[in-house]
Design a protein around this ligand. Structure first.
Ligand code: XUL
Ligand code: CO
Length: 438
């Protein structure tokens, strides 16, 4: 096999003092943190689309990066070259998982049967590579937003024929996910939503989305898919109103339609911030509902209101995210870098630098979160904050046995309560800085 990324060595851990850009400063895969290796805590995944397909085009200009890997783009030779490039890339970085859309793997044909044949062929090729390397599939999905036929959505479309086409794509993507042993299957509803209520029956559309998901679960289970289905919430972009707005909305939807046993959340950092939340907020909401599945690891930009999909470098956010993940007992899924290089970072070396940045950022987040947990003061503060519920009246409330009249009688006897105690946010922020930087 000829080397594609010539001059890029295997990326090793060299420690925080290293001056080598092509080395990990913090991600030390065998280092044990809270009883598990970093590698076990952080199952990193490569996103096929950004890394092997996207050339950096934006609304104002075409791509700056060349992702042809020496072949004509749009051919099966190119699809295979992407597999070669992807596996070399993952091997050099020590990344053990990958994620894909159907149309990332092969060029889409006019006829879905032909696209299906191409997917069979490429997945045979990928399987061979997986055997030789131990690299695994984290999740697969169907791209039901790019083609003009999905202008009004896939599950939420107004066209029954388009709906059937979407079903065919999901069926095939599930077949390939099972063939590759994927841990999960993702629904990101980029066009499941609407622009104006003037032409939209929201209830009808949401019911149809749920029906498509139900059929996917039934089919997936029938072909032996044992993993989790994921909803990847996002509030907007491309649609103005997206039905999977955030974790809370998606979880409510899944419960309402009886899909909650089969689905979990794939939380993307930049989607949570677009919804007006922090990343850690959506992780917490997912975890407390038993639905924290997987993560699309990236970050947005404070000054830009769209999905910039940057490689994560914000260590505070990674720390708070890892705190949520550690407390939830880890992820059944993994950390997929749904992230892309900035447009002027167009070289092959930049592809590696982006992943090194992201992996080191989450390694730092893990180390910091472990320090916060080991320090114990934060957890102790939160526990103490609710300690009034340990008393007789508090216990009565939390046991669910109290009546409103009883509580009112208690309040009348008391006269008026003391103030509830300082939240001490500034102290806690100071505490986090102390733990991180001492
Ligand atoms: C788009 C996005 C998608 C999903 C998979 O914002 O995040 O790439 O992750 O369809
Ligand atoms: Co994503």
């Amino acid at each position: 096999m000829t080397e594609i990324f010539k001059g890029i060595p295997e990326i090793k851990y060299e420690g925080a003092d290293s001056k080598n850009p092509l080395a990990f400063k913090f991600y030390d895969k065998d280092r044990v943190v809270l009883g598990k290796t970093m590698r076990e805590h952080l199952p990193f995944a490569m996103a096929w689309w950004h890394n092997l397909c996207a050339e950096g085009a934006d609304m104002f200009g075409r791509g700056t990066a060349n992702k042809s890997f020496g072949k004509k783009v749009g051919t099966m030779e190119h699809a295979k070259a992407k597999v070669d490039a992807g596996f070399e890339f993952m091997k050099k970085l020590g990344i053990e998982y990958f994620c894909w859309h159907d149309v990332d793997l092969v060029p889409e044909a006019d006829d879905i049967k032909e696209t299906g044949k191409r997917l069979d062929e490429i997945s045979d090729y990928i399987l061979e590579k997986m055997k030789g390397t131990g690299i695994k599939c984290l999740w697969g999905t169907a791209n039901m937003f790019g083609n003009p036929r999905f202008m009004n959505g896939a599950g939420s479309t107004n066209s029954a024929d388009v709906y059937c086409f979407a079903a065919a794509q999901v069926k095939k993507a599930l077949d390939i996910t099972v063939k590759l042993g994927g841990r999960g299957y993702v629904f990101w509803g980029g066009r499941e939503g609407y622009e104006t209520l003037l032409n939209t029956d929201v209830k009808f559309e949401q019911e149809n989305v749920a029906r498509l998901m139900r059929m996917a679960v039934d089919y997936g289970r029938s072909i032996g898919f044992k993993g989790d289905f994921y909803i990847e919430p996002k509030p907007k972009e491309p649609m103005k109103h997206q039905y999977d707005f955030d974790a809370a909305t998606a979880i409510g939807f899944l419960r309402y339609y009886g899909l909650d046993k089969d689905f979990k959340m794939n939380i993307e950092a930049n989607h949570a911030t677009l919804a007006g939340h922090t990343f850690e907020h959506d992780l917490r909401i997912s975890a407390m509902n038993g639905m924290l599945g997987s993560i699309d690891a990236n970050q947005g930009d404070f000054l830009l209101g769209w999905d910039t999909d940057e490689f994560p470098y914000d260590v505070y956010t990674a720390t708070k995210a890892m705190l949520e993940i550690l407390k939830a007992g880890g992820l059944p899924g993994g950390f997929n870098f749904d992230a892309k290089n900035r447009r002027p970072s167009y070289t092959e070396e930049d592809m590696f630098l982006g992943y090194i940045l992201g992996m080191d950022t989450f390694a730092l987040g893990l180390l910091n979160a472990a320090k916060i947990i080991e320090d114990g003061r934060l957890d102790a503060f939160v526990k103490e904050r609710y300690s009034s519920f340990d008393g007789a009246i508090g216990k009565k409330i939390t046991s669910g046995k109290a009546t409103l009249a009883e509580l009112a009688a208690y309040a009348e006897k008391m006269g008026k309560p003391e103030l509830p105690g300082s939240g001490k946010q500034e102290y806690l922020e100071q505490l986090i800085n102390q733990i991180l930087f001492k």
